[in-house]
Design a protein around this ligand. Sequence first.
Ligand SMILES: [Zn+2]
Length: 126
Amino acid sequence: MGAAGKIRRLGFRKWYERELLSSHANLVLLLLAAVGLLASAEVYTARLPVRDQLEVLLAAAASAVIGVVSLRRYLYLLNHAEYVADQAVCGSCDSYAKWDLLDEQAEGTRLAVRCRHCGHRWTIDL
Ligand SMILES: [Zn+2]
């Protein structure tokens, strides 16, 4: 389900909250991956048997991959949530996130919304 479907089901505020929680969960994963990478560097020594060296290098590589993926996911989710939140302000009365979803346009990448406060209509790009 895309962002439009989630916003329709949950409402904007819940969707935004969940996007921020999800992005910060990825930040925690990034920190854990960094700990894994540092622990691998701490444990590694050339005096270990070759099999153990390979295990430590494999753990370091896995930590690095997980760290890069979680960093990308963290930044994407956070920036996307902020991008949408910046458009959630009514241009007429400055009400934040107090709108009704009227329609999904452009295959769910644009939302037509109406302010609950003043009835102003605008679109939000996802
Ligand atoms: Zn308004």
